[in-house]
Design a protein around this ligand. Structure first.
Ligand code: SF4
Length: 316
């Protein structure tokens, strides 16, 4: 197992009793399952900013464009103080080598989307972003982020974890002795993974790398990673994965026996019909990759995007 991946997280999700009511919001999956592979960096904006536990509850109030962070009963406005604190904290976090952040959903400080904003009429709209979460995403626009609510969904969970691992590999690549040929190698390893999310981004990124010599390296890197992270946000689907699996079959067709080809076609079809999870055709393909020593496929992160123990591809 490689070094643990470093992720930021809202402290209450790890069971820290930092909520306004003195409680926590422990998420067992995050702490115990994902936690085996993660070095967590917990952040509680409200406590680190200086508020006590317990404390008066807060909410967002005002307009959707510029909501304020105010205490719910006495109306004390903490917006400016929280923003000043966030600038300092984000400066520190920049040095931490984070590969992603998991926010507590619906919090006026930590929620990354759909937070209630109360207008003067008293009727809330669910369009707000917590003050700290908003500042974080503005400062680190490429970094994978999700909230605990959305991570209950298996497809969103797999997507987030996949992006986190890609983002870490990118940081490692950028930290290494990057030469102009290296983006080609990085891209080659991720080709099928990208294809499983977006044909459009697969083509755009492929053209970008093919024309690498025409770019200033820094311009190439910034455009490449921007497009890569945007493309990976698009969820992979059964249809997209079936396309990738057929693509893979193309590499094997002159190598494997006709029985093996038939077996693989049947397994892909069963996956397509929703009868077996993605892990089934992928496991068979990995077996053939080893058996026939297929070098191009062996390096594809699509076949090993994250630790198998997380069982992210085991759902139908
Ligand atoms: S949601 Fe954010 S601010 Fe609220 S307790 Fe959790 S970490 Fe702290």
């Amino acid at each position: 197992m490689e070094d643990k991946i470093k992720l930021g997280i809202s402290s209450c999700l790890l069971g820290e009793k930092v909520r306004y009511d003195g409680g926590h919001k422990l998420d067992h999956y995050l702490k115990e399952t994902l936690g085996q592979y993660v070095d967590w960096l917990p952040v509680c904006p409200e406590v680190e900013y200086g508020l006590p536990v317990p404390r008066e509850a807060m909410h967002l109030a005002g307009t959707e464009e510029g909501p304020r962070l105010v205490t719910s009963r006495t109306g004390v406005d903490h917006t400016d103080g929280m923003r000043r604190w966030a600038v300092q904290r984000l400066n520190e976090l920049e040095k931490e080598g984070l590969c992603g952040f998991i926010f507590k959903s619906r919090s006026p400080s930590s929620g990354m989307r759909g937070v209630k904003v109360y207008s003067s009429s008293g009727i809330p709209v669910r369009t707000g972003v917590g003050i700290f979460a908003g500042a974080f995403m503005e400062r680190f626009p490429l970094m994978p982020v999700e909230d605990d609510g959305r991570l209950q969904d298996p497809a969103l969970r797999e997507n987030f974890i996949e992006r986190v691992f890609v983002f870490r590999r990118w940081k490692e690549f950028r930290g290494s002795e990057a030469k102009i040929k290296d983006p080609v190698s990085f891209h080659t390893d991720h080709k099928l993974l990208i294809l499983s999310h977006s044909i459009r981004h697969y083509r755009t990124l492929g053209s970008m790398v093919a024309a690498a010599k025409q770019f200033q390296p820094e311009k190439l890197y910034s455009e490449y990673i921007y497009n890569l992270m945007e493309g990976l946000k698009l969820l992979s689907t059964t249809k997209k994965n079936t396309n990738v699996l057929h693509h893979i079959l193309g590499y094997f067709k002159h190598m494997i026996s006709s029985d093996e080809k038939q077996e693989l076609l049947e397994v892909i079809e069963n996956y397509h019909k929703g009868l077996v999870p993605l892990i089934v055709p992928v496991a068979l393909i990995k077996h053939y990759v080893r058996k026939y020593n297929e070098q191009y496929l062996a390096r594809q992160h699509y076949l090993n995007p994250h630790p198998v123990e997380l069982m992210l591809r085991n759902h139908v």
